[in-house]
Design a protein around this ligand. Structure first.
Ligand code: URA
Length: 441
């Protein structure tokens, strides 16, 4: 089956057959499809879309492109649960959420990804912790799950290898924004991970891959239908990405904020977590605990998730996970995160309220600082990014910092400062507040 014929068929708007989809996925794994051919088919799919039958076939082929995990022999102490986001800026929810769900009785072997386009990736964030391995052998993975109840890791060479190759190609060829490609990418990994429950965080807004509410709803519906159709109980929250999530964007900075959320939510802790980040973390955790049958209602699950944060039980789970996966032995006391050599505030050019944030532009500015990739396999600089991000509606005097840039050089910091000033619009009036959770499927 010639790759060029399959690409031509999709380019011309024809549905491709299950056998052709399987040939494409085989070609991704055995290397018989070149990077250019895979990118061309991905671009044709972005333009032409896929029928539901094509999307299901692509998802299944991705799932079975490698090993499908089975936890039955591992005698895990609770239901195997996971959450996945469609990608955002400053979205570090996975880190505290895995620990909260573990502290509440779930088992979370969280198969995560790297940065994609303008969005950050959970694996890139965790690799900012010295020694943390995202590709542990199965014995170490099981030991981490036993010690902590959660292990945030990569897909490994054997799990959904077709997605690993296509994901890296899509990252740098502007072929992320597609309902069937996102569906097959996320569910290809998740269906191979042997889960009993999955909650999806489908982002909407100017920092999401699909910015309109209708598109986000269509993606959420497609994800839930395809996952449930494959036998995995799945629910989705549609959540706001018209501003970065939390106060930081950039790998090491986001790990530090995650640790601050886990420890700062303890009763009496000095720094309260950023409210939208906390709200979304608890909302997704509660949904997942309820879906996994650990709580009779979402409200009851939410109360237990809050208690796990306040007591420090979730922070303790995170620390155990990091230590078990080779990271710092006491990450809560000393995370040993790398620090950028240039750290400088970016002043507001006028007084006003933050009326609009071009979230995608801020994500691209983090990539330009070295926090993401320009080509597959590029190294990322864990030190760089932004801290001190302020939410929409914040009031600033002229010259007050919009945020703080962390950069590898003064020239990089200067370029990022200009991008930030262009991305954040100040106006007389504050915009009306928007909730972080805008819908459910
Ligand atoms: N996350 C994924 O794993 N894949 C996508 O395509 C988008 C977000």
């Amino acid at each position: 089956m010639r790759a060029a014929e399959i690409i031509r068929a999709k380019r011309d708007g024809r549905a491709i057959t299950e056998a052709e989809i399987q040939a494409f996925v085989r070609g991704l794994v055995d290397g018989s499809w070149s990077e250019g051919q895979a990118a061309a088919l991905a671009m044709a799919i972005v333009w032409r879309g896929m029928t539901r039958a094509e999307c299901v076939a692509l998802t299944q082929a991705m799932t079975h492109s490698g090993q499908v995990l089975d936890w039955r022999d591992a005698r895990l102490p609770g239901p195997v649960l996971d959450k996945h986001s469609t990608g955002g800026v400053g979205d570090k929810v996975s880190l505290p959420l895995a620990a909260i769900v573990a502290a509440c009785g779930g088992v979370v072997p969280m198969i995560s990804g790297r940065g994609l386009g303008h969005t950050g990736g959970t694996l890139d964030k965790l690799e900012a912790l010295p020694g943390y391995t995202v590709n542990p052998p199965r014995t170490q993975l099981l030991a981490a799950l036993g010690a902590a109840g959660c292990a945030i890791v990569g897909a490994g060479a054997d799990l959904a290898p077709a997605d690993k190759r296509l994901y890296a190609i899509r990252d740098v060829t502007a072929t992320v924004e597609s309902v069937p490609l996102i569906t097959a990418s996320i569910l290809g990994k998740k269906l191979a991970a042997g889960l009993q429950g999955l909650v999806l965080d489908v982002k909407v807004g100017n920092g999401a891959f699909l910015s309109g509410l209708d598109e986000a709803q269509a993606l959420a519906r497609n994800l839930v239908d395809v996952a449930c159709g494959a036998g995995l109980p799945t629910q989705a929250l549609i959540t706001d990405m018209n501003q970065p999530l939390g106060r930081t964007a950039g790998n090491a900075l986001e790990v530090a904020e995650s640790i601050a959320l886990l420890t700062g939510a303890r009763a009496g802790a000095p720094e309260p977590p950023e409210p939208r980040l906390l709200e979304l973390t608890l909302a997704l955790a509660a949904q997942l605990l309820h879906l996994g049958g650990l709580d009779a209602s979402v409200a009851a699950a939410r109360a237990r998730a809050e208690a796990a944060l306040a007591s420090g039980a979730a922070a303790e789970r995170f620390a155990r996970m990091v230590a078990a996966l080779g990271g710092p032995a006491d990450v809560l006391a000393d995370a040993r995160l790398p620090v950028a050599p240039v750290v400088r505030p970016v002043p507001a050019l006028r007084a006003g309220h933050i009326a609009r944030i071009d979230t995608r532009a801020l994500g691209l500015a983090v990539v330009a600082l070295g926090g993401g990739r320009a080509r597959p396999g590029d190294a990322v600089d864990p030190r760089v990014g932004f801290s001190g991000l302020r939410p929409l509606g914040s009031a600033l005097a002229a010259g007050e910092p919009l945020l703080t840039v962390h950069a590898a050089s003064a020239a990089d910091a200067e370029a990022a400062a200009r991008a930030v000033q262009a991305a954040i619009t100040l106006a007389e009036a504050a915009p009306p507040p928007t909730p972080v959770v805008v819908g459910r499927v």
